[in-house]
Design a protein around this ligand. Sequence first.
Ligand SMILES: N[C@@H](CCC(=O)N[C@@H](CS)C(=O)NCC(=O)O)C(=O)O
Length: 341
Amino acid sequence: MASLPSPALLVALIVGGGFVIWWAWQNQRRRTHPVPPGLQEGIDLPFDEEFELYHNALSLCSMKTRLCMAELGVRYKSHHIDLIETGCYENIRPRLLDVNPGGTVPVLVHQGHPVYESHEQIRFAAQHALPSSPGLIPDDAAARAEMESWIDRTSLTDDPIQHGDQSAGNAVPGLTLPLFCTMIEKIPFWKIFEGVLFHFDKKRPLLFVALKTAGIEKIGRLGLPMKILARSRDQMGVHLDALEAQLEKTGGPWLLGTQYTLADVGWLVIFERLRQVDSIEPFLGNGQRPACAGYWTALTSRPAYREAILEHSQPLIEQGLERLRSAKDADPVLRQLLEGG
Ligand SMILES: N[C@@H](CCC(=O)N[C@@H](CS)C(=O)NCC(=O)O)C(=O)O
């Protein structure tokens, strides 16, 4: 006669089976799919205020939309959504997936209709702001076309670690890897595990596992992330050279000359990210790009910078930056590795 399974095996089977059923159920609820860019008039979401914004403190694209709203003086109801680097994978839970089945932030919601993609959100907001709002879009068609090309050049599109040669926005995630590494130190492994189970792009949580396991001092041992960082650094240098030439041509103070436009919104958040990853000096120091340096100083003097960026920063971001600085101060080889030169 066959013997009964031991109580320990029985418990393991019940727990394991329960986990698989829970995972399959959650996986179904958290299914993602690509969403079209722009305003989705066919989607109706519950809303309390004319504008609502689902965003994250650190996310480049969220900073861009927040900044644009602040420049326009348009109020919105704020829904902060954590990403793993700021605490947990809230972006792949139903609260956000109901609003954006793509699983990313930001999402601007206008009278219940979502607008996807931050570069579309800033265009939408600028076109739908009050008549009394400052005009962030030039009247002149040629200037508008030029602004559009710079919006494209600062956008983050498709795969965040590809196409950095086409857009400075796509060079940003690679440059952020060291900050991700110091911020993730504070996040327990089990929180990253939620991403391993449910994230639509498993490479991303696995990258965070690798960064957390290595730590900032040993980040140089991670071959692929280091390659992405070096490539992104070169690509950002090329975009900044183009920006330098543009600023010299127009004479500033803004990208298109005297009018501050959506193109400046795009660049401000890229410079802010360079600040957050302690890379202002490597790119702008020693008089390398004086027009860009003056431009960045002018951008930081705008009240919207304080309102939309500094006032939304989190201790985790600033502590991550401090940790990154002190690791580089302690190890010149690490500095060389992260900053190149
Ligand atoms: N092209 C999109 C990019 C959106 C995007 O990738 N957002 C990032 C933060 S900047 C995100 O939500 N990532 C979540 C994740 O990878 O888990 C836009 O411009 O809005």
